[in-house]
Design a protein around this ligand. Structure first.
Ligand SMILES: [Mg+2]
Length: 499
């Protein structure tokens, strides 16, 4: 007789780690072993520097409206539009043809859709978009995939509502209006209108995170080299980074000491797919000439990932890049150089908090969905049974005697069963709809949950899952983890393996 191996008591092991705050955790889509990462790079805007979104929206919209009036002949009236700064979230799509703004599911089908602040009904939405997936590359659509682009969509929706909501005809085509907004906002970024205001009052626009410097220091003290790779210009980078890091830790004279290489005005995604040369800058940010090699303590402009990898002597898999823009930071860097990727999603803290606050309701939603599915199966079963009984009656012809009653009784009871189930089904669906829309409203009154649409992940959620190795709400969350942490994705479960 063989001894049964004794079951190890796991409770001590599983209880050991204190539950960390879920809003500040780092989540993994794939496994990432930080001990294999030699070099960690950071984007600046919305990654190391977290902006106060409301203040940024207001500033960008103000500058855009000023430019539309001054240089594009728009009337003063556009200042009167009531703007809802909570209306636009990341992951929405602007339809330049119709002025509609919609959210997509993981398969790029149009879900919730608004015109101005008015929600389109199912029939109307169906008529416009049918069931075809949206081709995002088309010139007709503009994807709002960074927090930088929330203001332009906010302004478009507000202006459509201002005119059409008051029964006035919009004096411009939707496309022209949106293109003008985009043009003016780009100009405000390019001619430093916005940056000049931000630099004068950094605390109003940028969140100071006192854990940021220690988090970077912790990575460095484990022997990792850090670099900064931003699209912002030298002078702006200097202002923002000094605000974030100068004087935060002993032994670091300025923010530059945290980084082994500093690359500004990198023109991502071109940095990842074109061979731009590196330009060396002097301490004033003036170009000195093309750089032959990359040195610590100097600042470079432009550049490309292939030369960069050669210079630091580390290939893609040893580099982790942390950014906030799914396309130009994450998708491109992953495709071009197989860099490992971390995505910063500022909205996650609020999102996770709402998820926890609504946990009971979300469980109930899950159970209601499961109940609806089972009732549907049962209704189908009884309908099939009814058909077979009907056929049986026909085959047997006009029956007399006890047999006829048996078949008839079976049909009656199946019919009754179908009716009962249908009534329950209606009840379940009603509760589901009411509960789901009330939960969705707590996340966002217009769009519901950032990572979900209908029964599916949202397109934004699907992109995060497909391209971000790990994702988290802010860079300083690294502080709570060992610099050699192995981030593990949840075990993949196939439908037939679920409990
Ligand atoms: Mg950024």
């Amino acid at each position: 007789m063989t001894d049964q191996p004794q079951e190890l008591d796991l409770s001590a092991i599983l209880d050991e780690r204190p539950e960390s705050d879920p809003t500040r955790r780092i989540y993994a889509n794939g496994n990432l072993d930080m001990s294999k990462i030699e070099v960690v790079g950071f984007d600046m805007d919305y990654t190391l520097a977290m902006y106060h979104q409301h203040a940024m929206n207001e500033l960008s919209i103000q500058a855009t409206v000023d430019k539309m009036i001054a240089s594009r002949g728009y009337p003063e009236e556009i200042r009167d539009a009531k703007l809802d700064h909570d209306f636009i979230i990341r992951g929405l799509v602007v339809d330049k043809e119709t002025g509609n703004i919609f959210k997509m599911d993981a398969h790029r089908h149009v879900g919730r859709c608004y015109h101005g602040y008015q929600k389109l009904g199912d029939a109307e939405r169906q008529k416009e978009y049918g069931t075809r997936p949206i081709r995002l590359a088309s010139d007709r659509y503009h994807w709002v995939d960074t927090l930088f682009s929330l203001p332009e969509a906010t302004l478009l929706a507000g202006l459509i509502e201002h005119y059409e909501g008051n029964d006035k005809e919009l004096p411009w085509s939707y496309r022209q209006l949106f293109d003008d907004i985009r043009h003016c906002i780009d100009e405000a970024h390019a001619d430093n209108t916005l940056k000049a205001v931000i630099l004068k009052d950094l605390a109003r626009f940028i969140q100071k995170d006192t854990d940021l410097a220690p988090a970077l220091h912790r990575l460095r003290s484990a022997g990792k080299r850090l670099f900064l790779l931003t699209n912002s210009e030298h002078y702006y980078t200097e202002g923002v980074m000094s605000f974030l890091l100068d004087g935060e830790m002993p032994f670091y004279r300025t923010w530059q000491d945290y980084f082994d290489l500093i690359l500004v005005k990198a023109a991502k995604p071109r940095f990842f797919n074109k061979d731009q040369p590196f330009i060396e800058l002097d301490s004033e940010g003036e170009p000195v000439g093309e750089a032959k090699t990359l040195k610590r303590g100097l600042i470079y402009e432009a550049g490309n990932n292939r030369t960069f990898e050669k210079e630091i002597g580390v290939t893609g898999n040893g580099i982790l890049y942390v950014g906030d823009h799914v396309y130009s930071d994450i998708v491109r860097s992953k495709k071009a150089g197989v860099w490992r990727t971390a995505l910063v999603i500022q909205e996650m803290e609020e999102n996770i908090r709402f998820t926890h606050e609504n946990m009971l309701a979300l469980k109930r939603i899950h159970n209601l969905e499961e109940a609806a599915r089972r009732i549907e199966d049962s209704i189908n079963y009884h309908l099939t049974l009814l058909k077979s009984l009907g056929r049986m009656e026909q085959l047997l012809g006009r029956l007399t005697g006890p047999e006829s009653h048996v078949v008839e009784r079976a049909r009656d009871s199946a019919r009754e069963e179908v009716e009962n189930k249908r009534a329950t089904h209606v009840q379940v669906l009603e509760e589901l709809e009411t509960l789901e829309s009330s939960v969705d409203r707590t996340f966002n009154p217009y769009w519901g949950r950032l990572f979900r649409e209908g029964n599916d992940r949202s397109q934004f959620g699907a992109q995060v899952q497909a391209y971000a190795g790990i994702y988290t709400s802010r860079v300083s969350n690294f502080l709570a983890y060992s610099p050699n942490q192995v981030f593990r994705s949840p075990r993949e479960v196939m439908p037939h393996e679920r409990a």
